[in-house]
Design a protein around this ligand. Structure first.
Ligand code: KIV
Ligand code: NA
Length: 265
């Protein structure tokens, strides 16, 4: 099947075909997702949480996202690969932001970047897009701003915040973003933005009105015991699968059942 490009994204919106996206941070998982026919893979800075064990996305460095990004790219033939710009690498210093953006693109071989924020970083986004780098915007819940908001609750429920989000979405489209992610906002607002914009809107916890959906792969595969918020549909329970496999292995080793004759040289 042909490689998914940012032009494919646009065509999918035009013909009303929903876009499927998940995160991945390593070669093996990325190959599995790609071979399953997923349209896009996000090397999210959620790697900070699910891979590195941090409480927030803030500690993740440029070098670290580049390591995850190049591992993923090697496993992908068809899906569009999007890499998150980590906290602090795109925040109001356009020349510095462009340098970081170029490093990610050069060193990972990814197809595009995703950047959290609206009007405040318009100059940075413009500069990156002008350099020929496709940018996906990210509005609504922006985990890199957790210290400003204090929690991960639903965003843009109040009118003023919803108005700002709509303005920012239009601005990002005007700047040339090829797509925008909307995280954890009311479904009606996401629906309105998706209808207004001509570029595809990818939702996470943003209802069915978006042009596509993204989830953290560890969440939808049920790998984090006890983490199952309302917006996640759990398609597998890998926690249980892995836990029982490992228990069995421990038992077999203890009982000298593994390895047997056939498993030995
Ligand atoms: O880092 C991430 O996983 C993300 C998605 C949740 C959109 O940005
Ligand atoms: Na992210």
């Amino acid at each position: 099947k042909r490689k998914v490009t940012v032009q494919t994204f646009q065509k999918m919106k035009e013909r009303g075909e929903k876009i499927s996206m998940l995160t991945a941070y390593d070669y093996t998982m990325a190959s599995i997702l790609d071979q399953a026919g997923l349209d896009a893979i996000l090397v999210g800075d959620s790697a900070s949480n699910v891979m590195a064990g941090n409480k927030t996305t803030l500690p993740l460095t440029l070098d670290e996202i580049i390591f995850y990004g190049k591992s993923v790219v090697k496993g992908v033939k068809r899906a569009l690969v999007v890499v998150d710009m980590p906290f602090g690498t795109c925040s109001g210093n356009p020349n510095k932001s462009l340098k970081s953006a170029i490093r990610i693109m050069k060193e990972t071989g990814a197809d595009s970047l995703k950047i959290e924020g609206g009007e405040e970083i318009a100059a940075d986004i413009k500069k990156i897009i002008n350099a020929g780098i496709p940018v996906m915007g990210h509005l609504g819940l922006m985990p890199q701003s957790i210290n400003k908001y204090g929690d991960y609750s639903v965003r843009a429920k109040a009118d003023a915040e919803a108005e700002k989000l709509k303005k920012d979405a239009l601005l990002l489209q005007e700047l040339g973003c090829y797509s925008i992610t909307l995280e954890k906002i009311p479904a009606s607002l996401a629906q309105e933005v998706a209808t207004t914009l001509h570029v595809p809107v990818i939702g996470i916890g943003a209802g069915a009105g978006a042009d596509g959906q993204v989830l953290v792969v560890h969440d939808m595969l049920g790998m984090n015991k006890g983490f199952n918020p309302k917006f996640v549909r759990q398609y597998a329970n890998l926690y249980t699968v892995i836990n029982s496999a490992v228990r069995q292995y421990v038992d077999d080793v203890k009982a000298s059942d593994f390895p047997n004759i056939q498993e030995s040289y």
